[in-house]
Design a protein around this ligand. Structure first.
Ligand code: FE2
Length: 382
């Protein structure tokens, strides 16, 4: 490992000798110091604000000793030690993201090809074994959904699932809600009644970030659950027609729900949401609660509708869907910012009783990250 400092002291370069030289700015290094005066030793929180760091901060010395880099800063006259591996993993001197609509490396998009490999965990195992919980949650993060089997068949059991990794968001539908249907074979109107794949509650801001749907009874024929990767659908639209993809990212749709007394939920967000650097952040798609769209310029509205229609066609394409049926005591969890879900039509006699709730994704990701940081001993123990 070689280190170099630019003549003006503004840039430090670490060279691993593998052709991957990484540059760091003096102000960035100083701001990311981990000494006791900069970061609280107990919780790691930063003790200073940027205003406490002189704007003309520059590097006066730099030396490597094994996996340790020591840097001197002027005008503070301060010396800070860095873990070189930490710098490696936080380097920002790299190629900038690809095309609009990119996803990070913890995410894999999918289509119906995933059908034979639905991510699944066992309730008993994930409850008792942190490594099993970690592995299941990592799958949920990667694919945006996952099944859990072998849970108790009792009302409210879905809250036990949520408590494995986080916290449930209460809404006007309650802490959890009933999804209950009795199929009447004499009434054909109730047969074959499917729902278009959708994300839940796009009229909320923020939307519910995850949903658990927990099966307590499912004796009706059909009634499978179906999921579609909204990120893959968005990426397919981009491949087919980049201009249409751009339209759905650049203009806000409107969503509304006012279906019960005292409730009037409204939001204004794009159907495909990107971060400023083009990362795919969220998909909102729900035919039932899309309100009048009024934020698209007149000259672009016809094209917007063509793009909206095409996105719906892609979502409806059976080549995009993964289906599975839940037995009592089974549930699935879905990332509601990404993966659309639907119920297929059902027929015959029987009952279908599910319960749903909305745990928050940040809590799930937090639990997963904490489990991953402690992964090694469990890996060895397993
Ligand atoms: Fe739903």
């Amino acid at each position: 490992m070689a280190v170099q400092v630019s003549d003006d002291g503004h840039v430090l370069t670490l060279d691993d000798g593998d052709g991957a030289a990484r540059r760091f700015h003096a102000i960035w290094l100083r701001d990311n110091a981990w000494d006791d005066a900069t970061r609280a030793p107990g919780n790691g929180q930063r003790l200073i604000a940027l205003r406490d760091i002189p704007p003309d901060t520059r590097i006066t010395s730099a030396a490597v000793d094994g996996e340790r880099l020591t840097v001197g800063f002027a005008p503070e006259g301060k010396t800070v030690a860095y873990d070189i591996d930490w710098l490696r993993s936080h380097a920002y001197d790299r190629a900038q993201p690809q095309a609009r609509g990119w996803t990070g490396d913890t995410i894999s998009t999918w289509d119906s090809g995933l059908m034979g490999a639905v991510p699944v965990g066992a309730f008993g195992a994930v409850r008792q074994d942190p490594a099993a919980l970690r592995d299941w949650l990592a799958q949920v993060r990667r694919f945006g959904f996952g099944k859990l089997t072998g849970g108790p068949v009792e009302p409210g059991a879905l809250l036990q699932v949520a408590r494995l990794f986080g916290f449930v968001r209460e809404t006007n539908y309650g802490v959890y809600f009933e999804v209950r249907t009795e199929v009447n074979p004499t009434n054909l109107a109730y047969t074959g009644l499917g729902l278009q794949a959708h994300t839940d509650n796009p009229y909320r801001d923020p939307v519910p970030t995850m949903q658990i749907l927990y099966c307590l009874e499912n004796s009706a024929e059909g009634g499978e659950n179906m999921v579609v990767d909204g990120f893959r659908a968005a990426q397919r639209l981009r491949q087919e027609n980049p201009a249409w993809f751009d339209l759905l990212t650049q203009y806000c749709a409107r969503y509304e729900y006012a279906g019960e007394a005292g409730v009037c939920l409204r939001s204004r967000r794009p159907m495909i949401e990107l971060a400023p650097d083009g990362e795919l952040v969220a998909v909102r798609f729900n035919n039932r609660s899309t309100a009048a769209i009024t934020d698209v310029p007149f000259d672009r509205m016809a094209d917007y509708y063509a793009a909206y229609r095409r996105l719906g066609e892609i979502i409806d394409d059976t080549a995009m869907e993964v289906t599975f049926k839940l037995a009592p005591g089974e549930c699935f969890i879905v990332d509601n910012t990404r993966v659309l879900h639907a119920r297929k039509g059902y027929s015959g006699s029987g009952k279908r009783w599910l319960q749903g709730c909305y745990p928050d994704k940040d809590g799930m990701l937090s639990t997963l990250a904490a489990l991953e940081q402690r992964a090694e001993p469990w890996t060895i123990a397993a």
